[in-house]
Every structure is written in C-alpha cells, then in structure tokens.
Design a protein. Structure first.
Length: 497
C-alpha cells in the first residue's frame, strides 16, 4: 500500500546549503511527483541570507532542481510550495526573536493553507550549529504543536562519546526520543534495507548465518574522490568519525543482529543495540590508519592529502581505516568482521562480503585444483547495487578445471527505478517511521566502543592515491581481493591452463 503522509510543514535549516540543493529539494520534488507529498504540504527553507524572499528562493530552487535533472513539470509543481525565512547571521547564532518570528511565520502558513499543525525540522547544518538551533526551537515553543513535531539531525552526531552525550542531553531537554530522527543516509538505500529481507525471508541464508558456516565478514566503503571542498570539516573528523563510527558500524549491526520480533522501529533498534553491546573491546593492534599520498585517479595525477587546499601540511588525520572487530555472542563468537574505508581508493565501492567456511578437505587436489578460496556472498550497495553468490563449477571439456562464477542479480536488471535514499528517509520522517533512524542508545554505545581508539590513534601509514590502502592493512581484508574490488576471478590454474 502506498504511504501518503498527513499534510505538514517541512522546515529545512540550511535551506540554501549543498545538502538541500543536491539531495533534499530533489527528493521532495520526487515525492510530490509520486503523490507521496500532499499538495497542501509546504516546504520552508531557513538560512542566513537576507537577500532572499519566497520568489528569490524559488529561483534558487529552480536552478538546483534543473541541475539535478528533474523534469520541468516536476519543478513547476514543487516551486509554489516553497517558502523562505531568514534567520541567524554568519557571525553568530539566531536570536530568540528570530525563532519567534519563525514560529509566527509557520502558524500563518498553516492557517493560510489549512494545515493541521504537523511540522518536521530538518537540521541540514554544520555540527556546531545543532545545539543553538535545538535550543532556539525549544525556546520558541517549536518542540510541540497542534499536530506532530519531529526534528531530524544529520550526522555527525557528536565528535566523541562525551560530545554525543552532551548533544543528546540538549535534544532530550526539548524533544522526546520518539520525536528525534538521527539520519544516516546509508540506511535509506534499498540494498541496505534488503539485508533484512535477504537474511530473514530466505531460509537458505538465515540457516547459514552463524559462526558454524561463516568464516569472516568484510564491509568496504571506498571512495575514489579526495576531500574536495570538505577539507575544513574532514581534517577535524577523519575517516573514523566520518565513516566508521556511523555508516560502517550501522551496516555491521544489520548484518550481525538477531531476528527482531517484528518489522518495526523499536524491535529492530533493540536488536541493533544488542550487537553494539556485544562488541569485544577493540584491540588497537587490529587497527591500521592510512593517509593518501600523491598518485593517480582515473588515469590522471592527483595530489596527496597534505597537498590538498585547506589541509595543514603537518596534519595526521587519517583518510583510511582498516580494522578487525569481534561480536562476542553465541551466533558470531570467533568470527572476525573487517571494516575498511578510505578516500582516493582504487574505485568507489560500497560492498559487504560474507566468506563462507571452506570444505573440510580439498577433494580436487589430485587434479591440481587446490581449494584456495571459499564461496563468497557479495552484497553490493554501490555503484551497481545487487547480490551475488560466488562459487565453483567445472569448466566444460576433457581436462579437469574449475572456475568461480557469480550467481545473483542487479537491481537495474529487474527494476526500472530505485529511489534515492533521501526520498525513503524523508517519507519515513513525515510518516513517523523511525525504523531506519538511529536511536540515542545506538549513538552512545557506538561512540563508547571507539573511545579508546579516538584517545590513542595510530600514526597514519601513507598509501598512493588510486590504491586500496596501505600495505599494513593487507591482513585486515578477505583474501578474495578480485571479488571485493569487483572483478571476477580468472579460471584457476589447472592441468591444461
């Protein structure tokens, strides 16, 4: 059944920023096109620019939506629903009077368009703006209304365990946990959600999803880009905070969780928290940091991290993290989970590789066909989403040779269109579905797990741009390199090769 949320006001703090321009506005336009955003609903952009009004913001949005490739008809349908409110300034936070003016504007819009008082506040802001914005909303009474009120907080949620706990205290001073949507856009990807379907709707996989049948799991989120225009933010955060503590750890919980009692937010969050609580204390010897040096990307030379604009020449910020972690519970005891992420890697790739245990003996060793690799299940999130199970078959012919082949599917081959993650997540916010959002307890346990590493980070080892990380991390990866780099294996060497 198609979900059509109740009419609402969707308020975007940072409405002129990059996230709003590239992701939020296109997602809202697509939801309107799909009749998932009621015609009564309105979008209010909030930003510091004083030279904008409703008409000027609509012109800004038209340009953004055109650049995103949306049809003219969809752009024309969204523009009349957009409004703009100036708040704050570049040299300081917004005043209480400005938040009161925003509250008055929202009340007038609701009266003008017959809206029931449902409001979502999306904080597409730098992390340092979260606390004053949340306090400003609460102080102006914008933590409640005649209908529902929800606040969406972008990552990173805190910089470490202490700051995350402090931010949670501020949030909970004004908003109940049921009103809070901590967004991790990775969880909105259909392939990520399909992890639960793959595991719990298919007996063949759930029956082998344990330490008896699985030897290791690897989660790779690689980017071929450098820091780009995010140098200031990235150098303060690094790969551990930017990717591992949130994206990769969330994927880990979905892979390792037990079957929830129901497909609903509270039940799924409960099982994810159990995984985080079961993580073995991190062995700092099982962690490798790296920092990209000059190299090549797509055949063109690119600078090293220390030569990027805005990066201090003495920076020790990591652009690569490889680590081995363990989930100490009945299902996963002794099974290593390898987490790997980095910038300026060999290609952009987000993938989960599940390595099954090998057969007890090498039956075909007498044919010079040693069992060098195991069967592997790949879940590819990008660039070509889908699943594939890689296993051995005999090559036809008189001579005995084996080759590993993939059996699977790609989304683009079966479905005409896969929605963007932000479309799914914004629809969930307006529908009141917290399943794909992060609970405060998840934030707490995740930061707590990485606290010792944050306090004692290893020195980053250099790796050339365009490679797959520093050699020191080779032991923190599955041996099936040709698979997790998205290349099919060549036929194994046999008697006639």
């Amino acid at each position: 059944m198609k979900r059509i949320p109740d009419p609402s006001l969707f308020v975007i703090f940072g409405g002129t920023g990059d996230l709003a321009r590239r992701k939020l506005l296109p997602a809202l336009a697509n939801l309107l096109h799909d009749v998932r955003l009621g015609p009564e609903s309105r979008i209010v952009a909030v930003a510091i620019e004083t030279n904008l009004d409703d008409d000027a913001y609509r012109a800004f949005a038209r340009t953004a939506l055109t650049e995103a490739g949306l049809p003219d008809a969809d752009i024309a349908a969204l523009l009349p629903r957009l409004h703009y409110q100036t708040i704050g300034r570049a040299d300081g936070p917004a005043t209480s009077a400005e938040f009161q003016a925003l509250a008055t504007r929202l009340t007038l819009l609701e009266a003008e368009h017959g809206l029931p008082g449902n409001r979502a506040f999306y904080l597409a802001l730098p992390p340092q703006a979260f606390v004053p914005t949340i306090d400003g909303l609460g102080g102006a009474g914008l933590n409640k209304s005649r209908g529902w009120t929800r606040v969406v907080v972008e990552k990173p949620f805190g910089h470490d365990h202490a700051s995350a706990a402090a931010l949670n205290r501020v949030v909970h001073a004004w908003y109940d946990e049921s009103q809070v949507y901590r967004i991790d856009h990775y969880l909105g990807k259909d392939t990520v959600q399909n992890l639960l379907v793959l595991r719990f709707a298919n007996t063949i996989f759930e029956s082998i999803w344990n330490r008896d049948r699985i030897e290791a799991v690897q989660i790779t989120v690689a980017e071929d880009l450098g820091v780009g225009t995010r140098a200031g933010y990235y150098d303060r955060s690094g790969a551990l905070r930017d990717m591992v503590q949130n994206h990769l750890t969330q994927l880990l919980t979905l892979i390792a969780m037990e079957i929830p009692s129901a497909y609903e937010a509270d039940a799924i969050r409960y099982e994810k928290i159990k995984v985080l609580r079961s993580l073995r204390r991190l062995d700092l010897g099982d962690v490798v940091f790296g920092q990209y040096a000059a190299g090549e990307s797509h055949g063109a030379p690119v600078p090293g991290y220390l030569d990027e604009a805005g990066i201090p020449p003495t920076s020790t910020t990591e652009t690569f993290v490889g680590m081995r972690v363990f989930v100490d519970n009945w299902r996963w005891s002794g099974v290593p989970f390898y987490l790997r992420t980095g910038k300026r890697m060999g290609k952009s790739l987000s993938q989960i590789a599940v390595r099954l245990r090998d057969t007890p003996t090498s039956l075909f060793a007498s044919y010079d066909e040693p069992r060098e690799t195991a069967d592997v299940l790949l879940v590819t999130l990008q660039p070509d989403p889908g699943f594939s199970l890689h296993f051995d078959v005999k090559v036809p012919g008189a001579e005995f040779r084996m080759v590993r082949i993939p059996l699977g599917f790609r989304y683009r081959e079966l479905f005409e269109e896969v929605p963007e993650a932000y479309e799914t997540l914004l629809l969930d916010v307006m529908s009141g579905d917290q399943t794909l959002f992060v609970h405060s307890d998840e934030v707490d346990h995740s930061w707590r797990f990485y606290s010792e590493l944050i306090a004692n980070p290893p020195a980053p080892a250099p790796y050339p741009a365009g490679s797959w990380g520093p050699p020191e991390a080779d032991a923190l990866a599955l041996p099936e390199r040709e698979l997790w780099q998205e290349r099919f294996a060549e036929p194994r060497r046999g008697s006639d090769s």
